[in-house]
Ligand binder design. Structure first.
Ligand code: MN
Length: 484
């Protein structure tokens, strides 16, 4: 009965009879294939399949993806073949299900097997991004129901969620999903840290909330005076796992984190964003260096918004985020929001395809490290999921690099030839060595000489795999020619 309702909720989102029929047919097929299977909760397995489908629907997934979501375990758990799925549901659905199935049972042990599984996942994703949406929807339902899972499995699933699936959601720009995954997984992954965070928030968080509410009210009055009646102000607490990470950096003092509560203003147009920024800075003095214009310089995951941190008098400091409704949708649903719409819009001149081009880099990584799955995973984490910084060319183009990247990494990123002949660089006008680490906002100019060449020591100057690859290739070539 409960299943019937869930199914109706999902199919009611679709208007085309073919779409409705596909989803229903997938359900009936899965119900039969999983007959007798139960979840740890004692519920029929179909509850999990519809939970996954429902999550996919909330990301805005199309009917094919939802059908594949319902069928996601039939190859692995019921011995259904890919060929059968292809006959029954077509090639797209069959391929998505098989992409998810290849993973098998990922064990959080750091072993080769785990890395191998991740490699399969990302290769399937590079082929069809919808595969990762299914995996994420599946994972979200699993962490939501962690209380039923045996203790020894709980921790593994929770850790995996924080270390892999959260960062993947982030990389895909799916901010809402990332926060949800982290909120459910945190207590099981790090119970002590979770308790500590909750205790601190219970003690100091209340005061912070009262303060933010005051900021929220003053903003409301001021925007009404400016006749920005369509502006919507809200505030919401950050997910607790992210708060915990910030607390670690801020001596575990809640008051030192300015964005525990995100104060958010949504406005109709781009011009309104800057108008609101002007109004806020007219009310309160901004903290120097804390104004971030991600509208002019969007993050690579597509995130756009203006952030400013202001002194509000009475000793208070608050972070305020300003964006349009479309930018907000993008920030919450990311890639999913785009995948599902036929018309794929550009963000700052970057097409949707360009913005997910990092997915095809995964294929290259795979080719480079075909033999070692562990190395593949290590580089994947290094190149894609670590914190990113944003630096500039002298012409003002934004270049995104992993945190810890150096002047030499930057040179190789611009062009391999520039890297191979680099002698040094100028960062913000000052001469620096090739191994100087970069910070967000740096403007970098590379100095080069035609006859300058890489040495073995250069390998310790770089952190990106691209740079290391070029240096190694050069060294092998020259060492060979010396021997010959
Ligand atoms: Mn599942």
């Amino acid at each position: 009965m409960e299943n019937k309702e869930a199914l109706e909720n999902i199919t009611s989102l679709f208007t085309s009879p073919e779409d409705k029929e596909l989803i229903l047919r997938a359900y009936l097929f899965a119900e039969k294939a999983h007959a007798g299977h139960k979840r740890y909760s004692g519920e029929p397995y179909t509850v999990h399949l519809l939970g996954t489908a429902n999550n996919l629907a909330s990301f805005g997934a199309d009917a094919e993806t939802i059908a594949a979501g319902i069928l996601h375990d039939v190859i692995e758990d019921c011995g259904v073949t890919k060929e059968t799925l292809e006959k029954e549901f077509g090639q797209n659905v069959a391929q998505m299900v098989s992409g998810v199935s290849k993973l098998g049972d990922i064990k959080y042990t750091g072993h080769e097997r785990y890395a191998e599984n991740m490699r399969h996942l990302f290769l399937a994703v590079a082929h069809d991004v919808r595969v990762i949406l299914i995996k994420l929807a599946d994972r979200l339902h699993n962490v939501k129901t962690l209380q039923y899972v045996p203790k020894e499995k709980q921790k593994r699933i929770a850790l995996e969620t924080l270390e892999i699936y959260g960062p993947v959601a982030h990389r895909l720009g799916m901010g809402k999903l990332r926060a949800e995954l982290q909120d459910y997984a945190f207590p099981y992954a790090y119970p002590e840290a979770y308790k500590e965070t909750e205790a601190l928030l219970a003690k100091e968080g209340k005061e912070r909330e009262r303060y933010i509410e005051k900021v929220y009210k003053s903003l409301g009055k001021e925007l009404a005076k400016a006749e920005l009646h369509e502006a919507k102000i809200s505030y919401r607490i950050k997910d607790h796992y992210s708060i915990y990470h910030k607390l670690l950096k801020k001596d575990m003092v809640v008051a030192k984190i300015y964005d525990i509560y995100a104060v958010r203003i949504l406005v109709p147009t781009l011009e309104d964003c800057y108008r609101v920024l002007g109004i806020i800075h007219g009310m309160w003095r901004p903290l120097p260096g804390r104004i971030k214009d991600y509208i002019a310089n969007p993050k690579t995951n597509g995130y756009q918004s203006i952030h400013t941190t202001v002194f509000t008098g009475d000793g208070g400091i608050a972070e305020i985020q300003i964006r349009t409704r479309e930018m907000h949708l993008e920030a919450e649903y990311g890639v999913a929001a785009h995948l599902m719409y036929k018309e794929k819009k550009e963000v700052k001149g970057k097409s949707f395809e360009e913005r997910i081009s990092w997915l095809s880099r995964i294929k290259e990584l795979h080719e480079e490290h075909g033999a070692s799955a562990t190395l593949f995973l290590k580089n994947l984490k290094l190149d894609f999921f670590d914190e990113r910084i944003f630096v500039f060319t002298p012409a003002g183009d934004v270049v995104e690099m992993p945190e810890g990247a150096t002047v030499l990494d930057f040179a190789f990123h611009i062009h391999s030839d520039l890297g191979l002949h680099a002698t040094g660089g100028r960062v913000n006008g000052k001469f620096v060595a090739l191994n100087t680490p970069l910070k967000s906002g740096d403007i970098i100019e590379i100095e080069k000489k035609k006859n300058s060449k890489p040495t073995r020591r250069w390998l310790s100057y770089v952190t990106t795999t691209t740079a290391a690859k070029h240096i190694r290739a050069h060294l092998t070539k020259t060492e060979k020619s010396i021997k010959e």
